[in-house]
Design a protein around this ligand. Sequence first.
Ligand code: TRP
Length: 359
Amino acid sequence: MPAEPLSETPVPVPGADAARARSVELEREIARDPGAFRILTGDRPTGRLHLGHWFGTLRGRVRLQDAGVETFVLVADYQVLTDRDVADHLDAYVRDLVLDYLAAGIDPARSTVFRHSAVPALNQLMLPFLSLVSVAELRRNPTVKDEIAHSRQSAVSGLMFTYPVHQAADILFCGANLVPVGQDQLPHLELTRTIARRFNDRYAPVFPEPEALLSEAPLLLGTDGGKMSKSRGNAIALSATADETARILKGARTDADRHITYDPEHRPEVSSLVLLAALCQDRDPRAVAEEIGDGGAALLKKTVTEAVNEHLAPLRARRAELAADPGHVDQVLRDGNAHANEVADATLTRVSTAMGMRA
Ligand code: TRP
């Protein structure tokens, strides 16, 4: 396997600036009228969520849910099959993901948590949707290209090229009009909008054209200075114990300068640790760095460890409680799947009626 570059620049995505500007407006509209929005978000179940997920997206979803926006949260189990053989762990990963959601504050009384393999009508939308896009459009998707470039597999599956169409079904089946995403997901959302538009033009106006709500993910690096990722073993899982957290941070890469500063450009590893402490304490990273000053890497790591453990303590306590009752996760998914199925069945009826496939 080729060596991973230490710091990674995200794939350049056209339209990111416009999406960012629009997101500011959208935030204002949400504050004014949360009931006008329906959100769908989701993750691939590939392991436990980490601090990058928490500060990047999860916290924001909980905030939107709490603000009164109707929320669908998808455990994207089919999407895992794009790139790896997961049959072994899938059930455990789904369970971990749902536990992380619930511990983070996703409330099943207000949000629909479901997995797409449990919603047949959602998956059936993939067929008409595939007919609405060209192979050339699928090949152009920069996020898919990047995933193929980083893939460990020798052959590219058909699902790899078509999963963005499946993702359109994830979003459109429930008529979501808002999708909180990071930059890398913008091409998928653009395709979703194209599919909605083409379907509406060709058959009947069934789908809203969803908009992206860009979340500004803070640049948190893994403890090795590379991109934070569960598969690289350089991330702190939300569910890690306080001792595991201390151990992982103890091994974090820093640099030779004892004086701690916040300087992401020149000192990425040190600055990422400072930022993590600052995020946990809801402070300015410069103030955190100044306080540590000449305390060096040892004091920096001690500070970060305490900040992370304190910040996550309530979440971890909730997670442990929830995990002690395995029936609870099953029930949450059963209820969420049932609701998603009702919504998907109604959408599929409208779709097949519009296409002349009923009666
Ligand atoms: N592609 C997303 C990811 O890799 C997961 C996902 C699947 C998703 N379906 C979605 C995200 C629909 C937003 C909307 O993280």
